[in-house]
Structure formats: structure tokens, C-alpha cells
Design a protein. Structure first.
Length: 133
């Protein structure tokens, strides 16, 4: 299952409006990623309140999850954070099986291209791919 949560400012609003797409198809996710207002969200002054961004969550029936967070900043730049948890472990520490990767200074197009292949594979496959980077 793929869930997408995203937010951006509409019109002259200072606070972002939040949106969610539960049980999204790959086509819906790609549409959200490509139609997101990257240019306006990334160029907001730092004194503005909370910023926008996109959060993609992929889960399976084994309670394994892969999450991707894209945060726009500056002119046509963003940061991508990826996190995969296969086993939560005892007390969240012992036996935990997870991997996290940060990709900084990407263009929105590069971030989308990084995420796109992961939308059609299993969570363990995403884990293996990110662990090898």
C-alpha cells in the first residue's frame, strides 16, 4: 500500500494546506510528485512558518515500511530522506533491521527519478537497494 501526504501554500496563505492520498496508485503518486509547486515552496523566505513537502509511505502486510520525504528549498532544489524498516526490534533497538539514506542538493526531477523505481518493488527490495548505496 502506498500513502502520500503532502502540503504546500495555496494563494497568499502563510500556513500550508495538507493533503493525503491513501492507497494511491503509482500513477497517482507520480502525478502528485510532478504537479507539486516546487518553485514556489522552495523559494519561500526562511522566516515563514512551517514549510511544505511530500511524504511517501510504502507498507506491506508484514508491517515493513519504506518512507521517502522530499523537502523543497531554494530555487529548484530539494532534499530527499529515505528510511526503510524491515524489523522494529525489541524496544526499538535490539534486532532492529533498518536503513536510512539522505540525498541532499537534488533537483525535484532527480528526487522523483530516485523514488520512481521503488514504487513498484517490495519493501525488502527497497531495503537491499538502499543498503547497497
Amino acid at each position: 500500500m502506498i500513502n502520500v501526504h503532502y502540503s504546500y501554500r495555496e494563494g497568499d496563505a502563510k500556513e500550508p494546506t495538507h493533503f493525503s492520498s491513501e492507497n494511491a496508485t503509482i500513477e497517482q503518486v507520480m502525478s502528485i510528485l510532478t504537479e507539486y509547486p516546487w518553485d514556489t515552496e522552495g523559494n519561500l523566505p526562511t522566516e515563514e512558518h512551517a514549510g511544505g513537502g511530500i511524504f511517501v509511505e510504502i507498507t506491506n502486510h508484514n508491517k515493513q515500511e519504506a518512507t521517502f520525504q522530499i523537502v523543497p528549498f531554494g530555487n529548484e532544489h530539494c532534499m530527499l530522506f529515505a528510511n526503510v524498516v524491515l524489523k522494529k526490534g525489541f524496544l526499538g533497538i535490539f534486532g532492529k533491521q533498518s536503513v536510512s539514506k539522505d540525498f541532499e542538493e537534488l533537483t525535484p526531477e532527480q528526487a522523483i527519478e530516485r523514488i520512481k523505481p521503488f514504487l513498484s518493488v517490495s519493501v525488502p527490495s527497497i531495503y537491499e537497494e538502499l543498503a547497497s548505496i
